[in-house]
Ligand binder design. Structure first.
Ligand SMILES: Nc1ncnc2c1ncn2[C@@H]1O[C@H](COP(=O)(O)OP(=O)(O)O)[C@@H](O)[C@H]1O
Ligand SMILES: [Mg+2]
Length: 289
């Protein structure tokens, strides 16, 4: 597994300056095996998004570190998903959508036209709001992508399946039913299966867009615990949530979005206790939701 040792631990300040530039001869299209551009695992610099002529996200500068969870919070329609989708280039699937700015990851700006999307999405996985397991067995849900990436040996695949399901805290519940359909699981188990599916590719970053909004409170707590277990292995998680209690429970840092603008960011406990911006303060006190 690609192990990222964060060069800075825990919280990171959001700096306006660009992170150290990649060496001039660095490959432009494929992130390097380890991040080579200094402090942060992933950094966005003035990332903004237009749908046609409508600027849905103003220039957004944020840093993300290995082994941390960042929560993206704010009212609906404020650009959280739009920003999240930039990070693994998913906005490219949307016609008339244009992403401006820089996304520094693994020593290169992955927001370049010639980026190897396949490689970026292997390293930066995504979990969606609705659990979406393939219509395949639990085993094949996990093994599908590694097989496509060339992992062929049965023993190796068996190991990968077990390791990924353990990583998503699902192994004990399904180890005797690996050939049952992934879609036969409960909603919370399906979501953990989707997390296991991303873990099988040994990602550096997992993006989660409101992963618990379709789940009951017990399944939600299980996902939150899984998130904490995953980041303890050095993975970086970026999670959109409209649930502030969830942000408080699960995240190290929080970024608040409002009307297409990333208004304020900081360590979660501090930001929630002492918001600087009136809009964040109003949001936290429930003046709008
Ligand atoms: N595919 C799309 N095409 C056009 N506009 C979009 C698209 N997706 C989102 N938007 C617009 O971008 C803005 C931000 O949306 P979104 O990122 O989904 O917000 P959030 O995740 O915070 O609820 C909204 O005004 C929304 O209507
Ligand atoms: Mg959204």
């Amino acid at each position: 597994m690609t192990t990222i040792e964060p060069e800075t631990s825990g919280a990171s300040a959001t700096a306006a300056a660009a992170p150290g530039a990649a060496p001039a001869d660095a490959p432009r299209t494929t992130p390097a095996e380890r991040p080579s551009d200094g402090e942060h695992l992933l950094s966005t610099r003035d990332v903004s998004v237009l749908y046609g002529d409508n600027r849905a996200l103003k220039p957004t500068t944020l840093d993300f570190d290995a082994g941390t969870v960042t929560a993206l919070i704010g009212p609906s329609g404020c650009g959280k998903s739009t920003f999240l989708r930039c990070i693994n280039m998913m906005n490219r699937e949307i016609p008339h959508c244009r992403v401006e700015g820089h996304i520094w990851y693994g020593g290169v700006d992955v927001n370049a036209p010639d980026t190897d999307l396949y490689e970026v999405r292997r390293r930066i996985g995504m979990v969606f709001q609705q659990p979406n397991p393939f219509n395949k067995s639990i085993y094949d849900n996990i093994a599908f992508a590694p097989r496509r990436h060339g992992v062929k040996g049965r023993k190796q695949l068996d190991q990968l399946v077990e390791e990924s399901l353990r990583g998503a805290a699902l192994w004990d519940e399904v180890k005797d039913d690996l050939h049952k359909s992934g879609r036969a699981l409960s909603g919370g188990q399906q979501q953990r299966l989707c997390i296991a599916r991303t873990l099988a590719l040994h990602p550096d970053v997992i993006l989660m867009d409101e992963p618990c909004s379709a789940l009951d409170p017990i399944a939600t707590l299980a996902i939150e615990q899984t998130v904490r277990d995953i980041v303890a292995t050095g993975i970086c998680v970026i999670i959109v949530t409209h649930n502030m209690e969830q942000a408080a429970r699960v995240s190290d840092r929080t970024a608040f979005f409002y009307l297409g603008e990333m208004v304020e960011t900081g360590p979660t406990a501090h930001l929630m206790k002492m918001p600087k911006d009136q809009r964040l303060s109003d949001y936290l006190t429930g003046r709008f939701s």
